[in-house]
Design a binder for this molecule. Structure first.
Ligand SMILES: NC(=O)c1ccc[n+]([C@@H]2O[C@H](COP(=O)([O-])OP(=O)(O)OC[C@H]3O[C@@H](n4cnc5c(N)ncnc54)[C@H](OP(=O)(O)O)[C@@H]3O)[C@@H](O)[C@H]2O)c1
Length: 336
């Protein structure tokens, strides 16, 4: 198979390139090279997708599939227009953020989506969902339902997660902030998590390209209640200390953010407002071959990756998600 990845220098794109190369496919990756490097073995096409000539080189070739990770509608419109006669299939990596209602659990792909972003450029993450809808529409309009695949991904996790969301819990349990080993967790037993391992998502995307799977699919991890997810993180970290549960209203009163960011507790979401965000129905993708490794493997491998990071030795390095040791110790002292 000849696969063109629009991207391939960041986390998922690199994983797709590596997966396809391992299976013996011919892979080219088009990017500026600002996010990282293209894995060895792929053809590197340096191009800036904001320029009108971005696809000049790749549009001279025939492709079995193009895989695009963009969030910029203008980039996707331009790429689909340039490549619709050169590629059999267009695979677009979208997001569960396209859905209009985050509160309804277990929604499938037929649930209403947001209005598409107008204009070519997503200026801020505030309109990420709308931008992805506009990107999806561009792919549908150009490639039609029988030549396109839209994968609406849920939270991606695993080794390489520089967003720091999936590594936070195994790392925190392996390295509590206080000497008696207490760890603070959000007390939201009703909340589901759906982390999809980046390697499983990449495997499925390459499978789908090989098998010409078409349509729109929720590609999320298995639905696992937050307490169970935290138990698995605790297990892989070998944590035996006390677990201190804090109710959401108390955490919010202390200015702790859900999900991500500084002073946050990753994977926690306010319910019922976000009860649907981590509980999408991905039965269709599983029926089309999506397979998940056990969460234990994902979290153990993520912890190993966290421990190998150059920052690991510096306990006070700033992470993109989670509580600092200082913040966690302070919160625990308020609860004792
Ligand atoms: N992380 C999650 O939990 C999550 C959840 C749901 C969905 N998703 C989706 O999953 C995908 C993740 O993809 P990813 O990990 O590969 O990361 P990404 O950060 O979305 O990658 C963006 C890619 O596009 C390239 N790019 C950006 N601007 C460009 C330009 N002007 N010209 C050429 N190339 C450009 C970047 O390369 P250069 O900067 O090197 O040019 C990079 O390779 C995305 O579609 C994301 O929306 C993620």
């Amino acid at each position: 198979m000849r696969l063109l990845v629009l991207g391939g220098t960041a986390w998922l794109g690199q994983q797709v390139v590596v997966t396809a190369l391992k299976r013996g496919h011919f892979v080219a990756a088009l990017a500026r090279g600002e996010s990282g490097s293209v894995p060895p073995g792929a053809v590197v096409v340096r191009a800036d997708r904001s320029r009108p000539d971005a696809y000049e080189v790749v549009r001279t070739q025939d492709w079995d599939a193009v895989l695009d990770v963009s969030r910029q509608p203008g980039q996707v419109r331009q790429a689909t227009a340039a490549l619709h006669e050169r590629s059999q299939t267009y695979i677009f990596v979208s997001s569960g953020n396209v859905y209009a209602d985050t509160s309804v659990p277990h929604q499938n792909e037929n649930a209403p989506v947001l209005d598409p972003l107008t204009g070519d450029v997503m200026e801020s993450m505030e309109t990420y969902g709308e931008a992805k809808v506009a990107c999806e529409n561009a792919v549908r309009d150009t490639f039609g339902g029988d030549r396109m695949l839209v994968a609406r991904s849920g939270l991606i996790g695993g080794p390489g997660d520089t967003f720091d969301r999936t590594g936070y819990w195994p790392l925190r349990f392996s390295r509590p902030a206080v000497s008696d080993g207490r760890v603070l967790v959000p007390d939201v037993p009703e909340l589901l998590t759906q982390v999809i391992d980046v390697r499983d998502l990449a495997n499925w995307l390459v499978d789908a390209a090989e098998n010409k799977v078409h349509g729109t699919f929720n590609t999320t991890g298995e639905s696992i209640p937050l307490p169970e997810h935290l138990d698995v993180a605790r297990h892989v970290a070998g944590h035996t200390g006390p677990v201190v549960k804090a109710r959401p209203h108390w955490l919010m009163a202390q200015d702790i953010e859900p999900w991500a960011g500084e002073r946050s507790l990753p994977l926690w979401l306010p319910v019922p407002e976000y009860a649907g965000f981590s509980s999408r129905d991905s039965a269709a993708a599983r029926a089309a071959g999506l397979r998940h490794r056990p969460l234990e493997e994902t979290l153990a491998d993520t912890l190993a990756w966290e421990r190998a990071r150059p920052e690991y030795g510096h306990r006070r390095y700033k992470r993109h998600a989670g509580l600092s040791d200082f913040d966690e110790a302070e919160l625990l002292s308020l609860l004792s």
